[in-house]
Write a protein that binds this ligand. Structure first.
Ligand SMILES: *Cc1c(COP(=O)(O)O)cnc(C)c1O
Length: 236
């Protein structure tokens, strides 16, 4: 068994254990293997070992790698998790099944225009800057509801949930309040929005948790965990 396969099995076992510990169905948590900076050859090993969702942060890099990996792509889903510039919207809708990092109406409108051109409904998540860190992207917590209401008027973009990156802590337990806050925000938004004009909105996805804190995120309700280092090793 190669190293990637071994690491992947360990991660999957940890996801299962964390789910069971908080009485959640392990099937309700999906692993996004974050493959930024990882060469196509290693990505192929991960796919052979059972990875079904890959996460990339840079459009240029993803474009080259997605065509290089070129395995029976029907079974592989590519997610965009990095900061997305409006001028990359065209590539983003062509390459990615889910975009985790929408944080402005301008970006959503650009994605909508490009998705319309290829007759696609583009699923997205809203990135929320829960800790209001100046260094991080994401919409402010208080502004999330208006943003989602505005995006809900766009016909070719569909909001499926929320994403966040808490501040970095050595002790993952310290990230717990931020994960809880994202879940509570989701519950509140779901309730408010469905009571208003958007009965069809379903914010079922919570994208939170990385190599250092995914078990904490699962305890708080994560449905998508984004794990790079713990599968592929340290990035340069
Ligand atoms: C790189 C990255 C990850 C993966 O981080 P690891 O600590 O390597 O697991 C997750 N989410 C986002 C948004 C990232 O940019």
């Amino acid at each position: 068994m190669n190293e990637i396969k071994q690491k992947l099995q360990q991660i999957k076992a940890r996801i299962r254990k964390a789910a069971e510990k908080s009485n959640r169905n392990p099937e309700s948590i999906r692993l996004v293997a974050v493959s930024k900076t990882v060469p196509a050859k290693i990505i192929r090993q991960a796919i052979e070992a059972g990875v079904t969702i890959l996460g990339e942060s840079y459009i240029q890099e993803a474009r080259t790698k997605i065509s290089a990996v070129s395995l029976p792509s029907a079974s592989i889903s590519w997610h965009f998790i990095g900061h997305l510039q409006t001028n990359k919207a065209r590539d983003a809708v062509r390459l990615f099944d889910l975009i985790h990092s929408v944080d402005s109406f301008k970006l959503a409108a650009a994605l909508n225009r490009e998705a319309e051109k290829i007759h696609k409904i583009q699923p997205v998540l809203i990135q929320v800057n829960i800790a209001a860190e100046a260094s991080k992207s994401g919409i402010a917590t208080q502004a999330a509801q208006n943003l989602i209401a505005d995006i809900s008027t766009l016909r070719s973009v569909k909001v499926n949930g929320l994403m966040t990156m808490p501040p970095y802590f050595n002790n993952p337990a310290k990230a717990r309040p931020y994960f809880d806050e994202l879940r509570l925000l989701r519950d509140q938004l779901q309730k408010n929005m469905n009571a208003e004009l958007t009965p069809n909105l379903s914010l079922h996805e919570l994208s939170m948790g990385m190599s250092g804190d995914f078990e904490t995120a699962i305890a708080a309700g994560a449905t998508l965990v984004r794990i790079g280092t713990a599968i592929f090793g340290e990035r340069n």
